[in-house]
Design a protein around this ligand. Structure first.
Ligand code: CA
Length: 715
């Protein structure tokens, strides 16, 4: 006999399945809740599925087992934890974490499952063999909220919680802590108001723009300045991005200076929250890791600070950097990874309330759509609350301007919409977007915050893998080509992408309902860099042609409708030496190689001028699908692999009446018909300009091989 899928569905109901229902002797069946045997009122039976209805209420502070002859199977509480019944009893809508004042500090932590919780107060920032903490027992309220107030000035002390739960005793860092000791092994009690740089209250985010005005530039704190020729003093640190007028020894701009020159609008930072000390030892950060392994969500990573031992330092320095970026006109978007934790057992959530914060299948196994062995259960109200609280904290405390949700498709729709709603009450211009992949997680497809549900996720953006793959080829097939790299018959797909991938019900192509929902990109930190992909898929092309392809790829991105996104370094053909997943590769793979900028100055100049063109012309940035429908017109009768369109009638208030954009991915020149007019040429495959390079009169023109051509006319 096997008994499986033992699930507590209600405080007085347990569901289970037996493999041999004919020989199942119901009177041999026992349910134990801790040491208590629960009295079964009756069973409901449907084939081999049984539901036991109990006379008493299950105590969730004790584990539940079903016992049958010599079998003992643990019951899974996760269905109960997501039920209304559970939420009515335990949902706790109060401020969690600690609240410091000079005279007292209050601590609050939520765990209805805990038998006992003690606050441990330490003088030292990290564990040492003979240290004896001060131990204070917390009080519990009926909803599982544990609290205490210490009537003294605790600034400078460290703390953890000691949780007794299900006959185990764990020491955990408060997930809500806003400061930590080195390596994030203890919470730090600090006065947050002392972390503000001078004039922080006057820091203004340059957020007032529609989402389609954004040109996002994804970078990494370490990569952007760690190169020996970055000219940055504080290499690999937050404050490295505050340094002005940095140059390489070839006198080319680097770091912040480079980003200013490039002219993007939003800097998206790969993880800046505290990630696992197992990935990077903050005391000796010689290893490399991207940081997609969250440890303390509400605290900056220490290896990016100049002194990870001082809990104030990382906070102060990150704020200093954000203020500096704001001052230079950049918004700062943060990559957040709420979909999994760095370790599925040894993490603070699991120690505080085992089984609550993660998503499980009925058989008790952990859902693993993230591929990191655990998915968080955003649908559970206290996990959802944690995510919302955290995002709001980063906005209010750090003035963050937008959030990129890692594996957003693992979260449920209601969570993402709740975040959007909360952000809107602070500032509707705060960006919210993520990876809307449809992943294999224990959540119904209709409930996943993935691209195919974009209709249910208004004002939330998705990385558009269709435009990415249409332009450069499938990311999983190295030598696969896309439109720009030489594959034919992609014109109709590409046209839909140019028009913000708006869903067309008739032709059944497209994904989105609004241009602010598509994050248009060809490459990001994952997979081959754009240059490496071009080198792999077009290995026999000349260097010159590869550069023209590199220009055409983001030429398309920066002239398409939607939100433009660039991977840092692609503006000078960044390579990672053909390494597809460089999350633990060394600096010499991941760094932005500033010597390379000197080698690909022409490509850099092209990207820079393209960005300037997009920023100067609102026709490229329409924010309503109705505008796209009425102002974007594709030209017919083009040769194969040529796509041409007009942004007509002063689209989106543009100063140019008609803008004609033509892509030619053929390796030969093409002669095409264009509407008869006097056209001002402003973009060729070599030059992008805001003022006319030459006038083209008539109804025919020649296109260069592998080129983007941009013209405008005010007639
Ligand atoms: Ca860390």
């Amino acid at each position: 006999m096997t008994i499986y899928n033992v699930v507590v569905t209600s405080f007085n109901k347990i569901h289970f399945v037996v493999d041999d229902s004919l020989n199942f002797k119901i009177d041999h069946f026992i349910i134990k809740n801790g040491d208590n045997i629960l009295n079964i009122n009756h069973y409901e039976v449907c084939g081999n599925k049984f539901t036991a209805l109990l006379n008493s209420t299950i105590n969730i502070k004790k584990e539940c087992f079903v016992i049958y002859e010599n079998l003992k199977v643990k019951a899974n509480y996760s269905t109960l934890f997501s039920s209304k019944e559970f939420n009515d009893k335990y949902y706790c809508n109060c401020h969690l974490g600690y609240n410091y004042t000079k005279t007292s500090t209050t601590f609050k932590v939520w765990s209805p499952a805990a038998e006992n919780i003690c606050l441990l107060i330490y003088k030292e920032s990290e564990p040492s063999p003979n240290e004896k903490p001060e131990r204070v027992k917390l009080n519990e309220l009926l909803n599982g909220l544990w609290y205490c107030t210490i009537q003294t000035d605790l600034e400078g002390y460290y703390y953890t919680y000691e949780i007794t739960v299900y006959d185990n005793c764990y020491e955990a860092v408060d997930p809500y802590t806003t400061a930590i000791g080195v390596n994030g092994l203890r919470g730090a009690i600090i006065d947050l108001s002392k972390t503000n740089p001078e004039n922080w209250n006057y820091d203004i985010s340059p957020r007032t723009r529609s989402f389609t005005d954004s040109i996002i530039y994804e970078t990494n704190i370490r990569d952007i300045s760690i190169h020996h020729n970055s000219g940055v003093k504080n290499k690999g640190k937050f404050i490295g991005l505050t340094e002005d007028n940095t140059f390489s020894d070839k006198n080319i701009s680097t770091g912040l200076n480079h980003i200013k020159e490039l002219g993007i609008t939003h800097i998206q930072l790969m993880p800046i929250f505290d990630f696992s000390h197992k990935s990077i030892d903050e005391k000796n950060p010689t290893k490399y890791n991207w940081g997609y392994d969250p440890q303390n969500y509400n605290v900056p990573e220490g290896s990016y600070s100049t002194n990870p031992f001082n809990p104030y330092c990382r906070i102060y320095e990150l704020k200093l950097m954000i203020m500096k970026l704001h001052k230079n006109g950049f918004c700062v978007n943060m990559d957040v990874v709420f979909n999994h934790l760095w370790h599925h057992i040894d993490n603070n959530f699991q120690k505080i309330f085992p089984g609550y914060y993660f998503r499980y299948y009925e058989n008790g196994s952990m859902s693993n759509g993230s591929g990191c062995s655990n998915d968080t259960a955003s649908e559970n109200l206290m996990m959802r609350k944690f995510i919302i609280d955290s995002v709001k904290f980063w906005v209010k405390e750090y003035h963050i301007d937008g959030f990129r949700f890692d594996l957003m498709g693992l979260h449920d729709i209601e969570t993402m919409n709740s975040i959007r709603k909360e952000l809107d009450t602070i500032d509707p211009n705060i960006m919210l977007y993520g990876e809307g992949w449809n992943l294999n997680t224990a959540l119904h497809d209709d409930n996943k915050a993935c691209m195919k549900n974009s209709l249910k996720l208004p004002k939330i953006g998705h990385f558009n893998d269709v435009i990415r793959d249409v332009i450069k080829g499938n990311i999983f097939i190295p030598n696969d080509k896309g439109y720009a790299t030489g594959k034919s018959n992609l014109e109709s797909l590409l046209k839909n992408c140019i028009a913000a991938s708006i869903k067309n019900e008739e032709s059944n192509i497209g994904i989105f309902y609004n241009p602010c929902e598509t994050i248009n990109y060809v490459s990001c930190h994952d997979n081959y860099t754009l240059w490496d992909k071009i080198c792999v898929s077009c290995e026999n092309e000349s260097l010159e042609n590869k550069k023209y392809i590199q220009k055409l790829c983001n030429g398309i991105i920066l002239t398409s409708q939607g939100i433009a996104f660039l991977h840092s370094g692609e503006e000078f053909c960044r390579t990672k030496n053909m390494i597809e997943n460089s999350f633990t590769s060394l600096d010499n793979i991941n760094w932005i190689d500033w010597d390379r900028k000197a080698l690909f100055m022409d490509v850099f100049q092209y990207y820079k001028d393209l960005i300037s063109l997009r920023k100067s012309h609102s026709a490229f940035r329409m924010n309503k699908k109705e505008d796209i429908n009425s102002h974007l017109l594709f030209l017919n009768d083009m040769p194969q692999n040529v796509v041409a369109f007009i942004l007509k009638g002063y689209a989106n208030g543009d100063t140019w009446k008609n803008i004609l954009v033509i892509y030619n991915s053929n390796k030969n020149a093409e002669i095409i018909n264009i509407p008869y007019n006097s056209w001002n040429l402003v973009g060729t495959r070599d030059t992008i300009s805001n003022s006319p390079l030459k006038i083209i009169k008539g109804s025919k023109m020649q296109l260069d091989p592998i080129s983007m051509t941009v013209l405008y006319s005010n007639d």
